[in-house]
Design a protein around this ligand. Sequence first.
Ligand code: BG6
Length: 507
Amino acid sequence: MATIQENPLVEGLERLPVHPTTLVIFGATGDLAHRKLLPAVYNLAHEGALPERFNLVGVARREMDDDAFRATARDSIRQYSRTRPDESVLGALLERVRYVRGSFDDAGVYRRLGALASELDEEAGIPFNRVFYLATAPTFFETIAELLGAHGLDAREDAEVRIVVEKPFGRDLASARQLNEALLSVFEERQIYRIDHYLGKETVQNLLVMRFANGIFEPLWNRGYVDYVEITAAEDIGIGSRAGYYDRTGALRDIVQNHLLQLLTLLCMEPPVSFSADEVRSEKVKVLRAIRPPSPDEVPEIAVRAQYGPGVAEGREVPGYLDEEGVAPGSGTETYVALRLEVENWRWAGVPVYLRAGKRLARKVTEIAVTLKPVPHLAFQQSGSLGVQPNQLVLTVQPNEGVSLSLVAKIPGARMRVRPVSMDFLYGTSFLSQSPEAYERLILDTMRGDATLFARADEVEAAWSLVDPILEAWSRTAGPLPTYEAGSSGPAEADRLLLGGARWRQL
Ligand code: BG6
């Protein structure tokens, strides 16, 4: 019998040739580096996907030397890697790790970094490509870009230089524009990689394959057949220790402006001419531009926000948002948001697109559900059908990644009775392998120079243009927000957004 390793269905990240690279992580001792980035780099090494010649440089304020940073990196990897670390792979990776200490606004850091990068090039006798990954607080993004430029680190003869910018990319349209301008005054657009980790998720990429590599869906993918679309990003966790960030941010900025609008664009975009970064991103921008931003007066009709109260979640009693440590007394920050949007173009006009996201909901699930129009006449109805519903195609992004199509089927027996059944494709069953983490794919893409899964400047700005009027309208209304019980399906108010026979899927 074939073992899992020998099974031809099992494939990890492909071993594509990648140019020798020096990856520099700013904020190397922070939470993102600790939980996601360092483990992702290890997993790339584990899969043999890293370039053969590779250096990792951590930059942070904490007082440490190379060895101390290697020890913290080893701990992060042991704690968070999705594969159990192989000591020889880990050891070899850590030998390539260096550390530069200092604060991000100190010119000395860039001088030392430049000297170290040149030393690594000379030692190997080749110019390494350089990838600067900004995993710091957003207040440093502009400063770091500017100082990289001022020290001549924005370009390198015979090698590529790229900059990766984490979220949040601005907190409204004006600040996103300002950040774009600051980055573009030093780097060219093709060097800038704006991360949205949802795009690195396997199922999100599979959405494109489902749509554009199968003939069955595309003829239905329009206003003639689709009744409505629903995109959900529900989480059971609360805000944990992130009050400092979250209370200034809220669910609309944290999840909708980036992750949910990205899913929406992939679901609704026209087939690109090719899968090159610019063709795909140009099609995505067109979707965002086809959504009319609401006027402040329209906001209450299309948007609902709420805050979690106390309840039972993750199997225990949990406090309400206002009682979480670090949340401002009487805070008006939303932990739940639901929207009704419309993509006003030839394909989608008149099809409501519902988005919802929230913390402390009944369970963690991210999914896209496309509900088709009901059949025009149901002849079986009188003979005892059980809840016949229109066909629904559900793409589950996480957990239990897969695609399921609900169909109506006959219940076995002499009578013509029918009920919904589902036809399922599950990643776990079909591929017998664990999907790579989003960050593995995205870090690899930055080293390969493929920006398809990263947001372009105009895309980020178009997304903020939709979110801005909602933020603005909300900022004008004071008073406590509606609440929902922690561990529930969210506030009842969200139902008022639904048109026709639409229903939120159960969480
Ligand atoms: C992040 C948000 O971008 O995405 C978090 O800042 C959220 O608040 C997280 O919890 C969800 O990501 P995932 O991959 O767990 O769905």
